[in-house]
Write a protein that binds this ligand. Structure first.
Ligand code: TTP
Ligand code: MG
Length: 349
């Protein structure tokens, strides 16, 4: 495998940082985002500003506990919509720097920057500057030959960090870390490893493969054995947004019957809309294509005022397109294409 260069980016105290954009008066104070924002009610901390973390407050802690540790903190309710909007803005900015991008959670992403000529550190600074200029937010970046090490690296110098990590740095910089930091080590595995005398990643690296496989199963054991050495060949899981979605069919025999064309078109539209909805999209443009017996192909399109996933609207629009074809020749193929696709967070399947 060729040498890769993977960049991992993770926003700093994300929900709290976004809240500070609209509550600048709270800057410098401990800020805790969680539940309804009332620490007397049930709920947990989603995140805390770095000022609040000094009091021992962290994600998933009950709000009441956080209140006891730091009663003077500002408690704010969770407002996902706003964070998602900010998240989308950031992801769009990242796409300017690499089209090979894997979206992780709401505030993190991997970028494959192997093919960029620019020195990685310079590129990382450019990304940080661009995000800060457009959103006012800071992030931490890790750069390494694989996802595993890049993710570890982005966490090493938070907030506003930039860390380059190489395979040769693994013994000195990765082995001292608690094993929990390793991808694939959740609370359960951590507990099992602790029972085996493992607390750091270095401890893990000293265990023979056979021992890990015997205790944790073949796949997980093998992963941990490699991960402890900083080895990870997993590719980025990129997802390219489709530009359009289409269905078409060729008739067994060329036809000229308009009622049959409408019937088949209706079925194709039904299938296309089902896929559209399944993937959480809406469309704006409907195109109908006919190929005649002599292979001449024509299409007619209609663009709606706004995007929709409503089957009836799309069906009606498709029929309107079909009505625009002069049907004096036999038809061998009919198809429909939905384009101008958009996806809202609230439409996600
Ligand atoms: P993280 O990136 O884990 O945390 P963070 O961005 O707040 O802080 P850091 O600087 O350490 O990266 O998670 C991103 C957001 O996800 C976080 O702002 C709030 C939300 N979140 C929860 O709602 N519950 C949780 O338990 C965690 C860990 C995060
Ligand atoms: Mg974060």
């Amino acid at each position: 495998m060729m040498n890769r260069l993977i960049l991992h980016l993770d926003m700093d105290a994300f929900f709290a940082a976004v809240e500070l954009l609209r509550h600048p008066e709270l800057r410098g104070r401990p800020v805790i985002v969680g539940g309804s924002g009332d620490p007397m009610q049930r709920g947990v901390v989603s995140t805390a500003s770095y000022e609040a973390r000094k009091f021992g407050i962290h994600s998933a802690m009950p709000l009441r506990t956080a209140f006891h540790l730091c009663p003077q903190a500002a408690f704010l309710p969770v407002d996902y919509r706003t964070y998602e909007k900010e998240s989308k803005k950031i992801k769009a900015l990242l796409r300017e720097f690499s089209s090979r991008i894997e979206n992780m959670g709401i505030d993190e992403a991997f970028l494959d920057i192997s093919y960029r000529r620019q020195p990685p550190e310079e590129l990382a600074r450019a990304i940080k500057a661009r995000i800060h200029k457009e959103t006012g937010l800071t992030c931490s970046i890790g750069i390494a030959p694989n996802k595993l090490l890049a993710k570890l690296a982005s966490d090493m110098d938070k907030p506003d960090g930039l860390t380059l990590l190489n395979e040769k740095d693994v013994p000195s910089r990765v082995w001292p870390l608690p094993v929990r930091k390793l991808w694939g080590v959740g609370p359960k595995t951590e507990e099992r490893l602790r029972a085996m005398g493992v607390t750091t990643i270095g401890d893990l690296a000293r265990l023979p493969l056979a021992t890990l496989v015997a205790r944790l199963g073949r796949a997980h054991g093998a992963w941990l054995h490699q991960a402890a050495r900083g080895i990870d060949n997993s590719p980025l899981v990129t997802f390219r947004e489709p530009k359009s979605l289409s269905r078409e069919t060729t008739f067994q025999r060329d036809i000229k019957n308009p009622a049959l064309l409408v019937e088949v078109l209706t079925r194709l539209v039904g299938e296309a809309v089902a896929r559209l909805k399944k993937q959480g999209y809406r469309c704006r443009t409907v195109t109908v294509k006919l190929r005649y017996a002599d292979f001449e192909t024509h299409q007619h399109a209609a663009t709606l005022d706004r995007t929709t996933a409503d089957p009836e609207t799309i069906r009606r629009t498709a029929r309107r397109c079909l009505a625009r074809f002069p049907l004096e020749k036999r038809v061998r193929l009919i198809g429909v294409r939905l384009s101008g696709l958009t996806r809202r967070m609230s439409d996600l399947p």
